[in-house]
Design a protein around this ligand. Structure first.
Ligand code: ADP
Ligand code: MG
Length: 218
């Protein structure tokens, strides 16, 4: 939390269910940060590096039950290790702000707390791969499940494997993100994603203004 913003980069993750508005809000925040003259790198998980993107395809397409819980988590973490090494760490070293669309909290929520793997295994993988290299700030966009499914259903892409797991699972995922935020209130901020795009963007800006005001000043 003591990262000096100007000299060593800053790492932000966005989390939340599908359709919560992560991609939309990341673009808006990146634009606001670029206006201060900062380099901003937008990236995503699973993916974010050539190896990570190859693994993304294995994870997000196909049948809902195509991977066992442990295989799924190991693939997520294989992608994450590559993403950290090849994309995130080099950018932070240059002094950039890195904004990632999903990170380790998604594995804890989807596979650990809401899925069948359990949190102990996910914590072990986290400690092995991420440890002290995690985000400085995590924005959790919170939205009722039906709203999110309505919004993301409108995009009609091929990457529907997790959406296809059903509403009860998605509700567990939503609660899991809220639980993660309760456990780590210093790193995480829950932002309601229910209102219009500009309102949500304003709330995210307020979180940053309050916690890391130096990020939004020149
Ligand atoms: P995510 O990346 O979390 O899945 P997106 O940013 O892709 O979510 O948003 C999903 C869909 O919902 C997009 O069509 C987007 O334009 C729309 N959307 C995003 N934010 C809002 C909002 N606050 N109100 C209504 N629609 C929204
Ligand atoms: Mg998205």
């Amino acid at each position: 939390m003591t990262t000096p913003v100007s000299s060593s980069g800053f790492f932000i993750s966005f989390e939340g269910g599908d359709g919560a508005g992560k991609s939309t809000q990341i673009e808006l925040l990146a634009e606001a940060l670029r206006q201060t003259g900062r380099e901003v790198v937008i990236t995503r998980e699973p993916g974010g590096s050539p190896g990570g993107e190859a693994i993304r395809k294995l994870l997000l397409e196909g049948d809902a039950n195509k991977w066992s819980p442990i295989s799924e988590a190991l693939l997520m973490y294989a992608a994450r290790a590559d993403h950290l090494e090849r994309t995130i760490e080099p950018a932070l070293k240059r002094g950039a702000v890195v904004i990632t669309d999903r990170f380790a909290d998604s594995t804890m929520a989807y596979q650990g707390l809401a899925g069948d793997l359990g949190e102990k295994a996910v914590t072990t993988l986290y400690q092995l791969v991420v440890a002290a290299r995690g985000p400085d700030l995590t924005i959790i966009l919170d939205l009722p499940v039906e709203e999110g499914l309505k919004r993301s259903g409108a995009t009609g892409d091929a990457e529907q494997r997790f959406e296809s797991k059903g509403a009860a699972y998605q509700e567990k995922v939503r609660q899991a993100f809220l639980e993660i935020a309760r456990r780590e209130p210093e790193r995480c901020a829950v932002v309601s994603a229910k209102d219009g795009i500009a309102d949500v963007a304003g709330r995210i800006r307020e979180v940053i203004q309050t916690r890391f005001p130096q990020l939004l000043s020149r």
